[in-house]
Design a protein around this ligand. Structure first.
Ligand code: GLU
Length: 334
C-alpha cells in the first residue's frame, strides 16, 4: 500500500442484483477507510452488465444504501465525474475496444463448449473454487474447419488464452503474499455466448480507464485476481494493488449472500431498527479493527485505521449476532 495517499484511487463496484447485505457493507466500509485514511478518491461504479440479474430499482437504491452507512464517493452515477458513465451497461464501447485489442494480439478464441461439456471435463480437482473448474482448453486448438462446423450449431463464447507457464504472485493488502500456480484456472471467458461482456474483462477495462490504484473487494474475488493480472499484462498496463476483505459466514458455516434476506441492510433497518452507527461499529468489530462493539461513524474510524490489522481469516457470525448488533449485549468480546 502506498504510504502516502496522493493519487490513490479506490472504488465501490457493487452488482445491483440484490439488496446490499452485511458482507457488501463490510467490504464497502473497508474500501472507504483504506482510501479516505490516505486522502485518496473513491469511485462508485455499478456493475450492471447482466441485465437479467440486475434490476434498475436496485441500482437506483444502491447509492442511498451506501450513504446510509456513512460512506461517500467523489465520482459515480449520481454525482458524475471525468469518467462518465459509471454504469457498466453504458460502457460497452470501451469493452469492445479492449476485446478488439486482445483479438489483434491473437489472445482470444471462440469456445463452443456447453455447460454440460464443461462439467464433464471438470472431474479433475483444482484449486479455484469461485471461478469454477479449470477450463481444459478443449476449443483452443480447433482448426478453422472445426470452428466453422461447430458454429453451425452454437454461438461461441470468447476466451482469453492464458500463458501455459504463467504463475501469479502478488502481495494482497489483507491476505498477504498470495500465489497462484500454473495457468490459474485455464483460459477464461471474456464474452459470453449471449454477447454479454464477462466480469473479468469489464472490471479490468474500467479499473484501467478510471485510473484505480487500489482495489479492495470481497474475498470471493481473490481467485479472479490472477486472471485480471493476465489481462493487465496483455494490455501493457500496471495492475492496481489488491486487497480482499474477509469472507463472512453465517453461524451455520454457510456463506452469506444476497439470498439470505435477513442480512440485507434494509431488513436490518426495518425489522430490527438497526442504526447505521451501530452497524458500522459491529462491522469494525467483526473485521478485527476494534475489540468491542462500539457505535461509530465511518469518519470516526479513519484516524486509527490500519489495513494490516484487518482480520485475514474467515469471519463466522456468532449465533447471537442480531442481539450483538442491536446492542443488547454491548461490549461483548470476540
Ligand atoms: N461487482 C462485483 C461484486 O459485486 C465486485 C467486483 C470487483 O470489486 O472487482 O461482487
Amino acid at each position: 500500500m502506498a504510504s502516502n495517499g496522493k493519487g490513490m484511487r479506490g472504488r465501490f463496484a457493487p452488482t445491483p442484483s440484490g439488496r446490499l447485505h452485511l458482507g457488501n457493507a463490510l467490504t464497502a466500509l473497508l474500501a472507504w477507510l483504506q482510501i479516505r485514511s490516505a486522502g485518496g478518491e473513491i469511485v462508485l461504479r455499478l456493475e450492471d452488465l447482466d441485465r437479467q440479474r440486475c434490476k434498475p430499482e436496485l441500482a437506483a437504491q444502491l447509492p442511498g444504501e451506501l450513504r446510509w452507512l456513512g460512506v461517500d464517493w467523489d465520482e459515480g452515477p449520481d454525482v458524475g465525474g471525468p469518467h462518465v458513465p459509471y454504469e457498466q451497461s453504458e460502457r460497452t464501447a470501451l469493452y469492445e475496444s479492449v476485446l478488439d485489442e486482445l483479438q489483434r494480439q491473437g489472445r482470444l478464441y471462440p469456445c463452443y463448449c456447453s455447460r454440460a461439456d464443461l462439467q464433464a471435463a471438470a472431474s479433475a480437482p483444482h484449486g479455484l473454487d469461485a471461478e469454477g473448474p479449470a477450463y481444459p482448453g478443449t476449443c483452443r486448438e480447433l482448426t478453422a474447419a472445426e470452428r466453422a462446423e461447430r458454429a453451425l450449431r452454437k454461438t461461441p463464447s470468447l476466451r482469453f488464452a492464458m500463458d501455459a507457464g504463467a504463475a501469479y504472485r502478488f502481495e494482497d493488502g489483507i491476505a498477504g503474499e498470495t500465489a497462484f500456480p500454473g495457468a490459474s484456472g485455464g483460459d477464461f471467458v471474456v464474452r459470453r455466448a449471449d454477447g454479454i461482456v464477462a466480469y473479468q474483462l469489464a472490471v479490468v477495462a474500467d479499473d484501467i480507464d478510471m485510473q484505480i490504484t487500489d482495489v479492495l473487494r470481497g474475498w470471493d474475488l481473490l481467485d479472479s485476481t490472477p486472471r485480471q493480472l493476465a489481462l493487465y499484462e496483455a494490455l501493457g498496463c500496471p495492475p492496481p494493488r489488491f486487497a480482499h476483505s474477509p469472507l463472512l459466514l453465517g453461524a451455520d458455516g454457510s456463506r452469506l449472500s444476497k439470498r439470505h434476506g435477513s442480512v440485507s441492510l434494509q431488513e436490518l433497518r426495518e425489522q430490527f431498527g438497526v442504526r447505521a452507527e451501530r452497524l458500522v461499529g459491529f462491522l469494525a468489530w467483526l473485521a478485527g479493527l476494534h475489540d468491542r462493539i462500539e457505535a461509530a461513524k465511518p469518519v470516526e474510524l479513519i484516524a486509527a485505521f490500519d489495513l494490516s490489522s484487518v482480520r485475514r481469516q474467515t469471519v463466522t457470525l456468532p449465533n447471537n449476532w442480531i442481539e450483538l448488533l442491536t446492542g443488547k449485549k454491548i461490549g461483548t468480546e470476540f
